[in-house]
Write a protein that binds this ligand. Structure first.
Ligand code: HEC
Ligand code: HEC
Length: 503
């Protein structure tokens, strides 16, 4: 966030994901629904099946309503939010892909127009022209996905673009094709789910069962295409990017587990309710299945979004809108001078510029708890060492002096009592807490960058030396600034350690 005037106490990322999830859900359904409508209309017309045509008319109403109204509204909302969240990244996207956007908007305009005409011309056009209109609708909707997907995948894997800055290198990037096939599979699955939601209300039970069976094929086939290309998609992410993610982040792995879980539930649901207990596929089941589809899709989006962290555009710009290329300059000349709008409170401005895109002080993903009971020098050390923390954060982009200003600003808002009193602990238990706060963000016991090996079986003197020299052990490692009580507790805790395991 570069502008101080949208300083509300919510997680911007969270807001963005809520709107984006609604948007992608509706827009993918709109594409799959287009394909479904024209294919089913063709057979219905050929067979002169009036029942089916009536059902399609109802479906197209539901469908035009959701895709045009929700799709367009949330699409505009996304532009509004990314402009507030990360104007710098938005600018990069517009600059590099200006023609792609222009083409995408053209397709989108055609899509909306064709959808509306399709809905209003069921009885006013020859069947042939009506179907052609449907194909125009589907083609423009899919093409707008194919275009925007180039830009979305570019953010995750810009590939050769990083060196060439060539439009096509960015657009047809390493995850472009797999992701396009994957999203096409999602469109097909969602078409089946939505169609069943409408079909579940059909009164004629034979007809209903026939429809649900048919729609369940769409759901299953779409899901299979999506799951298979998901593995292809994952394999297209550069190995180094994947391994950093594996080592440091929890979120993509939780997302991936959920993805598999929901896929399993969906497959089971399609088979059981689509083919065996088809009679039971009424509105309740249809809504449950839709919800599962939404959760599955959400997990996928969560996976691909969180695997990009700490970047907004991989290897090019961090999520806090600091570009990789400008890092050295701000680190030596200062970050404050690179902030366009300053409020006079430098510490607060630094927090907004460097941290606010992902944290608040005491609300969404707060930093105050992690620093409770510590001191300014330690907080400043942690800020400078951010890159070494397991959390996979952007490196500190300011000077040492600025890290002190930011630390002071944060310090003023934390619980300043002694750690011992905040957590009401003593002895080795207090030591464990001290470790968690002062060491554990960078050295997880039995986990990320574990240092237990160097910490077991030392003498008191060695432990004291280690803590005295802590600030010199590594550039990113802060000095030990705890008092004697904390030091004694920490050493007591060290003595309980065994290599790789915690007693
Ligand atoms: C790109 C997003 C991003 C930016 C920018 C960022 N962080 Fe983080 N930070 C994270 C994530 C993600 C975590 C891990 C949260 C978790 O594990 O629950 C984290 C964890 C932390 C933690 C540990 C929290 C805990 O309870 O363990 C602290 C402290 C922290 N960040 C401080 C900062 C400060 C100070 C800044 C600005 C100088 C900053 N972060 C900038 C994403 C970011
Ligand atoms: C902000 C991150 C950070 C924090 C906090 C941190 N360290 Fe480190 N530590 C590092 C880095 C970076 C290195 C050196 C590179 C490496 O080995 O990963 C390191 C190295 C070490 C080493 C190995 C030195 C050697 O020569 O083998 C030990 C032991 C160690 N740290 C212990 C601690 C203890 C104890 C604490 C808490 C008092 C602590 N660290 C806090 C980042 C940190």
């Amino acid at each position: 966030m570069n502008y101080p005037f949208w300083d509300v106490d919510i997680g911007y990322g969270l807001l963005m994901s809520i709107i984006a999830v609604v948007h992608v859900f509706v827009s993918h359904f709109a594409i799959g629904g287009g394909l479904y409508l024209v294919i089913v209309e063709r057979t219905a017309r050929a067979q002169g099946d009036q029942l089916k045509l009536d059902y399609l008319k109802r479906l197209s109403k539901f469908f035009v309503m959701t895709s045009v109204v929700f799709g367009a509204l949330t699409g505009v909302a996304i532009w509004f939010i990314i402009g507030l969240l990360n104007p710098a990244a938005t600018e990069v996207l517009i600059h590099n892909f200006v023609w792609a956007w222009a083409i995408e908007w053209t397709f989108f305009a055609v899509e909306i127009l064709a959808a509306i005409l399709y809905f209003y011309s069921w009885d006013r056009m020859s069947p042939r022209s009506h179907i052609i209109l449907g194909w125009i609708y589907f083609a423009s909707a899919w093409l707008s996905l194919a275009v925007i997907n180039g830009i979305i995948t570019y953010m995750l894997t810009p590939g050769d673009w990083l060196t060439t800055k060539d439009f096509w290198d960015g657009f047809l990037n390493p995850t472009y094709f797999s992701s396009t096939v994957l999203r096409t599979g999602i469109c097909i699955m969602l078409a089946g789910l939505y169609a069943s939601l409408v079909a579940a209300r059909e009164k004629d039970s034979l007809f209903r069962i026939k429809l649900i069976r048919y729609n369940s094929y769409w759901g299953l086939i779409g899901l299979l295409i999506a799951m298979l290309s998901y593995y292809w998609f994952r394999a297209s992410i550069p190995t180094e990017q994947m391994s950093t993610m594996l080592e440091r982040m929890v979120m993509p792995w939780v997302a991936q587990d959920q993805l598999r879980l929901f896929a399993g539930v969906l497959i089971g649901g399609f088979i059981i309710y689509g083919f065996i207990l088809t009679k039971a596929y009424r509105t309740t089941i249809a809504i449950l299945m839709m919800t599962m589809g939404l959760l599955w899709f959400g997990a996928f989006e969560w996976f691909s979004e969180s695997s990009r962290k700490p970047f907004v555009i991989q290897d090019y710009m961090y999520a806090n809108a600091i570009s990789v290329a400008s890092l050295e300059q701000t680190q030596s000349e200062g970050l404050l001078s690179a902030i366009t709008f300053r409020t006079g409170n430098d510490g607060a401005d630094l927090f907004r510029r460097a941290c606010r895109s992902c944290h608040t002080i005491d609300g969404y993903r707060p930093v105050n708890r992690a620093y409770a009971g510590t001191d300014i020098e330690f907080i400043a050390g942690m800020i400078r060492g951010a890159k070494a923390m397991r959390a996979n954060m952007p490196p500190w982009a300011g000077t040492e002096q600025e890290s002190m200003m930011l630390a002071t600003h944060i310090y003023e808002q934390i619980d300043q009592r002694h750690i011992k009193d905040i957590y009401d602990l003593d002895g080795a238990e207090l030591g464990e807490k001290v470790y968690e706060i002062r060491c554990g963000k960078c050295h997880e016991i039995g986990g990320y960058n574990d240092k237990t090996e160097s910490l077991v079986d030392l003498t008191d003197e060695d432990y004291n030396d280690l803590l005295d020299e802590a600030g010199d052990l590594a550039e990113e490692m802060p000095a030990f600034t705890g008092d004697q009580i904390e030091r004694d507790a920490l050493i007591a805790f060290f003595k309980t350690l065994e290599e790789g395991v915690q007693k």
